[in-house]
Design a protein around this ligand. Structure first.
Ligand SMILES: *[C@@H]1O[C@H](CO)[C@@H](O)[C@H](O)[C@H]1NC(C)=O
Ligand SMILES: *[C@@H]1O[C@H](CO)[C@@H](O)[C@H](O)[C@H]1NC(C)=O
Ligand SMILES: *[C@@H]1O[C@H](CO)[C@@H](O)[C@H](O)[C@H]1NC(C)=O
Ligand SMILES: *[C@@H]1O[C@H](CO)[C@@H](O)[C@H](O)[C@H]1NC(C)=O
Ligand SMILES: *[C@@H]1O[C@H](CO)[C@@H](O)[C@H](O)[C@H]1NC(C)=O
Ligand SMILES: *[C@@H]1O[C@H](CO)[C@@H](O)[C@H](O)[C@H]1NC(C)=O
Length: 535
């Protein structure tokens, strides 16, 4: 079937489809009354134009497949010397291509080890519902960190920064760029637990590369005078990004490169898409739309242009860090050796568009390169809310965890700041003794904040002391030896939140009790004790 339709004919079919497709769409747009007129129409056309480019790229990929196949086939046939058994059309096709083609260099030239294993370009693992045709693909590579992983809070924040329609038009691809099976499965497990809904809906996908994708990392050339460790780190990052981009490329219109330790602004996908479509509509050129000043975070590309980057990364993966390669690529595309650096800078800025204010911020303080503490923050991101204040009932508050600077528990309870405690130890308690016993409807304790998401309470229970000693009826509650009832605990995302059973009666005291050692400090960014005013 593939061979019986010549490329020429298939192109005609494609054009035919487009001719039918375009006028219909235009007609529908014009006849829809609530469109804001010409602008929306023009933007929609830009979108269609992009989808057309996407189809064209897919078509080219198929054509390439046909070329490769016919090359193999004709090789086989010329070996057996018999073309007459084929249809006239197939004969024509083969006769026209065989023997005359020069061989295009391919990625295998730069990564010959990929030929050693037939599955080296197939993800070793892929959780995917196969969602395609979306506007935006968000690529989130993650690697094992010595200190603390921010992956789950990053993905959660990305999802929460989108509304329903934005979520339906996006795919988040998490690349677990590790080959140690046990580690990969532990991350996959965490993601399954926390994002079951999003995995099922197709919004979140998880992939991991096979070990055979990477060359022998111990035998890399050391370049730029960097230490072998640093060379390995940046080389792997180039290959990781290329893998992720290859996977993402056929899925949508725009690709955005992110990292696993970032924070995003609400509606960032719509903002990015609007900026991109506006440039396309106004026929202004661009290669990168840059929504963050840091490294490779928040860089947006057209999916159809990703092959430029992928190929470039494959050529120079051992030579330069990934953000330099992007810079070099743009440099090559835009600068003239005859002109000065000022001219070059200006020319580059026409393809690499910086958008302010930034849509992304780093939250991690530890880089995944061991020992390199990364404190780079994007100054263009603006202020973020570090705590949520509430008016709480009168109480005496006490903390056995020493606080940092002015971040006392008392001020946090009053809604003036967040509580920031130095490393909690088992047995540490935070207590809230109410001036008057009260019925409590609900409590919320949110630990960590956007700048320090890992400063959470781990393995910490929420306990209350009823003002009247419980009677035998209430055996179903879990009591501590000193008469408190355990009503909840902090979850993996650092949140403790729930109702207080009315059967417990008025509550005299509420406390948080820490049960484990922690590597981190602990923040309470939200404290809410909501009295039950029904009586
Ligand atoms: C080539 O194929 C045709 C048709 O299958 C057959 O009749 C013919 O004998 C074959 N010739 C050779 C040289 O194998
Ligand atoms: C292949 O094409 C050449 C002309 O380019 C023609 O002379 C020859 O007969 C063709 N062979 C077959 C098997 O169609
Ligand atoms: C080979 O195919 C191309 C189009 O794909 C056509 O333009 C050319 O004339 C063909 N050559 C021969 C020798 O048939
Ligand atoms: C989601 O947000 C975008 C951008 O603010 C808006 O255009 C769209 O209507 C919103 N969709 C829903 C379902 O709220
Ligand atoms: C009491 O603790 C046990 C074990 O931790 C738990 O399974 C059970 O749900 C708890 N009961 C109540 C009423 O919280
Ligand atoms: C929580 O702390 C208790 C007491 O130290 C310990 O037995 C338990 O394993 C800890 N649980 C977790 C999840 O760390």
């Amino acid at each position: 079937m593939g061979l019986s339709l010549s490329p020429l004919r298939r192109r005609h079919v494609l054009f035919g489809l487009i001719l039918i497709f375009l006028p219909c769409t235009v007609f529908i747009l014009i006849s829809t009354p609530d469109m804001t007129g010409e602008e929306a129409l023009v933007e929609r056309l830009a979108e269609l134009q992009l989808r057309l480019q996407h189809l064209d790229a897919m078509y080219r990929a198929r054509e390439e497949d046909v070329q490769v196949l016919s090359h193999h086939l004709s090789q086989l046939l010329s070996d057996s010397g018999n073309l007459t058994s084929l249809s006239a059309e197939a004969r024509y096709l083969l006769n026209n291509t065989s023997g005359r083609l020069l061989r295009l260099p391919s990625a295998y030239h730069f990564l010959p080890h990929l030929l050693l294993s037939p599955s080296s370009l197939r993800p070793a693992l892929a959780l995917s519902k196969g969602r395609t045709g979306v506007s935006t693909i968000l690529g989130v590579p993650t690697v094992k960190r010595e200190v603390q992983s921010y992956l789950l809070s990053t993905v959660r924040n990305l999802i929460e920064s989108m509304n329903k329609s934005e979520q339906d038009d996006t795919v988040i691809v998490v690349l677990i760029a590790e080959t140690e099976e046990e580690y990969v499965y532990s991350v996959v497990n965490d993601i399954k637990i926390h994002f079951e809904y999003e995995l099922n809906s197709g919004l979140v996908e998880v992939i991991a590369p096979p070990a055979s994708y990477y060359p022998e990392m111990a035998r890399l050339r050391t370049t730029l005078g960097d230490s072998p460790e640093r060379v390995r780190w940046r080389t792997k990052q180039n290959l990781d990004f290329a893998f992720l981009m290859m996977y993402a490329q056929p899925k949508g219109m725009f690709y955005v490169q992110l990292e696993d330790d970032i924070l995003a602004k609400p509606h960032f996908v719509t903002t990015m898409k609007t900026v991109a479509l506006e440039r396309i509509t106004n026929k202004k050129p661009w290669f990168v739309l840059d929504f963050c000043q840091l490294g490779f975070i928040g860089k947006m590309f057209r999916c159809v242009e990703l092959p430029w980057l992928i190929q470039f990364f494959f050529m120079f993966y051992n030579d330069k860090p990934v953000d330099w390669l992007l810079d070099h690529l743009i440099h090559t595309k835009s600068c003239s050796l005859d002109k000065d650096t000022k001219h070059c800078k200006k020319a580059k800025e026409e393809l690499w568009i910086h958008y302010k204010p930034s849509l992304f911020q780093h939250i991690g303080t530890h880089s995944s390169l061991k020992g390199k503490v990364q404190k780079l923050k994007d100054k263009q991101f603006g202020k973020v809310r570090l705590f949520v204040p509430h008016a709480n009932p009168d109480a005496i508050v006490e903390s056995e965890i020493k606080c940092y600077k002015q971040h006392t528990l008392k001020r946090a309870y009053l809604g003036e700041t967040f509580f920031w405690g130095l490393v909690p130890t088992p047995g540490d308690r935070l207590t809230f003794s109410f001036s008057r016993p009260l019925y409590i409807k609900r409590y919320v304790f949110r630990s960590g904040n956007v700048e320090h998401p890992s400063d959470r309470f781990y393995n910490t229970t929420v306990e209350v002391l009823p003002s009247v000693s419980p009677t035998a009826n209430y055996e179903s509650f879990n009591y501590t030896s000193d008469g408190f009832v355990i009503i909840g605990k902090f979850d993996n995302m650092g949140l403790a939140d729930g109702p207080v059973d009315r059967k417990l009666g008025p509550i005299k005291e509420l406390r948080l009790v820490v049960h484990s050692e922690s590597d981190n400090w602990a923040i309470l960014s939200e404290i809410l004790i909501e009295p039950d005013v029904k009586r």
